[in-house]
Design a protein around this ligand. Structure first.
Ligand code: DGT
Ligand code: CA
Ligand code: CA
Length: 573
């Protein structure tokens, strides 16, 4: 099976981590990290590019040496250099660097002084109070490590939706080619577009004597066959993810689709509605006195209980059945509604492309506007913009806009909200911008009350427009910082500010539940990608998936508006 881009990126990232712990040359470390980011964000699979004879050294951040290493990984599945480094420095130290607050220096100290080599070692040491005794750590640091590390493993098994997509695609392509397969759908949480999925549930319409099950367990990525029958099988893949496959006859396909798409709560509610109509609803069909009355299509199943089809994203038993009954289902936002992106970075700070390249990529997507939001100086990036550099960028964008056709670049910034609630640049320069995106980037361990006050105070600044990634969570890596989102949403609504739904697949911040809350409070949302390269603009789809799960409609989202409407809103008058 071809090696996925994410696997190549993981190898380079691990190598960078371990070299950094070994205090290797920082430029070398950076080169591997940049390569990892570039490969991960690339729309096409490296394996495919190589097969087509492409020269990988022409890709951004990939030189000849790295191109050769990618080739090695694609052909052999591993990188000898990483194996060599791992023989000196335990591989799991790299996992520890994913823990918030643990950099290479600390990981190294923990390893050298307490022989901590894995997350489990770290958890034990934090619980036993040994870490606080290391010079430079202390009780506070130990507490913080303990909270992070407990959270780290508890949800590790769930896979981010965008990663699950990369895993599922080759498998589905493979199954589709098997003789006798008529239809194939990935159901479960994947179809409901949940931000993470536990396993894949693949539904196949095929004749009963189809060989598809035999083919399925022969798939190259399968490392364990957990169970296998004529109509159902479950396997584990090399990446650790499990896959359920069901083969159903065409007459049952709709019923099976409803059942395996779930959610379980939605299914149970539908089945109860059936019971009230003397119908038995299961994965095989809809039955009245043992007679099949529906089940070939999803539509027929929903119709049997008097409902229109409900889109998978809404099937969580969060009021969608009541809404359907009253004909009040929301008209969910779609990609076509989006007219621009209000958060991206360029080379000026930690992005990879120029404003011009970003603008061209946005125009290719059919956008009317794109804003440039490089970091202000306080943030973790070393080269954040100060007043002078921001003013210079503003001039550059003005010039660029004169040349650009069909798309306008908006002048913006991603401002740090400082601990006292002030913004990181003076109003005298902020007022030169079209609008601001503001965010909390440090001081995550304030109390809920203090963190909330900090953001509320920031919103008092009349130039505050959009609160970026409002909870700071990183899926599977960092918990949200404690904050009263409801109070923030209400204040934003009152002041004419907006919240971002950060569409980056590592963030998806707001959650679906938070989107529902925003809708209830009627504060409007910007769905923005936080792109760090032109290809990252494609993450908009991940944000739209999340917004749809949160019941958001076109009118709830500001980057569906024309530029002139948007500018009016940003004036906060
Ligand atoms: P996941 O895999 O944890 O991300 O979530 P799902 O929703 O994909 O759950 P999964 O894989 O356990 O099962 C797939 C679907 O099968 C689920 O969404 C609904 C249906 N299902 C599973 N177990 C039950 C059950 O006990 N009762 C009913 N009514 N449906 C079930
Ligand atoms: Ca599942
Ligand atoms: Ca399953």
């Amino acid at each position: 099976m071809p090696v996925r881009n994410s696997e190549i990126a993981d190898i380079f990232e691990k190598l960078a981590d371990l070299l950094e712990i070994e205090e290797s040359n920082p430029f070398r470390v950076r080169a591997y990290r940049n390569a990892a980011q570039s490969i991960r964000g690339h729309g096409k699979a490296m394996a495919d590019l190589l097969e087509q004879g492409a020269d990988l050294s022409e890709l951004p951040d990939i030189g000849e040496d790295l191109a050769e290493k990618i080739q090695t990984i694609v052909t052999t599945g591993e990188l000898p250099l990483l194996n060599e480094v791992e023989s000196r420095t335990p591989a799991a130290l790299s996992d520890m660097m994913r823990i918030e607050g643990l950099g290479p220096k600390r990981v190294k100290t923990l390893y050298k002084t307490l022989d901590i080599k894995s997350i489990d070692d770290l958890k034990r040491a934090a619980r036993s109070g040994k870490i606080r005794e290391i010079p430079g750590f202390g009780k506070k640091t130990e507490d913080r490590i303990r909270t992070r590390v407990e959270g780290f493993t508890s949800h590790e098994q769930r896979v981010k939706l965008c990663v699950a997509e990369q895993i599922a695609e080759p498998l589905v392509d493979y199954l589709r080619k098997v003789k006798g397969v008529k239809d194939i759908v990935i159901a479960g949480s994947f179809r409901r577009r949940k931000e993470t999925v536990g396993d894949l549930d693949i539904l196949i319409a095929a004749a009963r004597d189809s060989i598809v099950m035999d083919r399925f367990v022969e798939f190259g990525e399968v490392v364990e066959v957990i169970s296998k029958g004529r109509t159902r099988a479950r396997v584990r893949l090399r990446c650790g993810m499990s896959v359920d496959v069901r083969v159903v006859p065409a007459v049952s396909f709709g019923a099976a689709l409803v059942y395996f798409t779930g959610s379980k709560q939605h299914n149970i509610a539908i089945r109860k509605m059936g019971v009230r109509r003397n119908l038995k609803i299961n994965e095989y069909g809809v039955f009245r006195d043992k007679k099949r009355v529906a089940g070939k299509s999803e539509k027929s199943v929903y119709a049997s209980v008097g409902l229109p089809v409900i889109v998978p994203e809404l099937r969580e038993n969060r009021g969608e059945l009541q809404a359907a009954r009253k004909n009040r289902l929301p008209h969910l936002i779609t990609m076509e509604d989006i007219r621009g992106d209000l958060h991206c970075h360029t080379r000026a700070t930690d992005g990879r492309d120029t404003p011009r390249r970003m603008a061209e990529a946005a125009a290719e997507r059919g956008y009317e506007y794109l804003s440039i939001n490089d970091h202000s100086k306080r943030v973790a990036v070393a080269n954040g913009l100060d007043r002078k550099r921001l003013l210079k960028q503003i001039k550059e964008i003005d010039k660029l806009n004169e040349k650009l056709d069909g798309i306008e670049l908006l002048k913006s910034v991603e401002l740090d909200i400082l601990q006292d609630g002030s913004l990181d640049l003076p109003d005298s320069v902020i007022k030169e911008l079209d609008f601001t995106v503001c965010a909390v980037h440090y001081g995550f361990n304030l109390s809920r009350r203090k963190q909330t006050d900090r953001v509320l105070r920031a919103m008092d600044n009349p130039y505050f427009n959009i609160l970026a990634h409002p909870t700071g969570r990183l899926i599977n890596e960092r918990e949200p910082y404690p904050i009263n989102l409801e109070a923030i949403m209400k204040a934003a609504k009152e002041r004419g500010c907006f919240l971002e739904l950060n569409a980056h697949p590592d963030r998806l911040d707001l959650t679906d539940d938070a989107c529902l809350l925003a809708k209830e409070i009627q504060v409007r949302i910007a769905v923005s990608t936080d792109a760090h390269s032109a290809s990252d603009l494609r993450y908009m789809r991940c944000g739209i998936d999340q917004a749809r799960r949160g019941w958001l409609e076109k009118t709830d989202i500001i980057n569906t508006l024309s530029l002139s409407k948007l500018k009016e809103l940003f004036a906060r008058r």
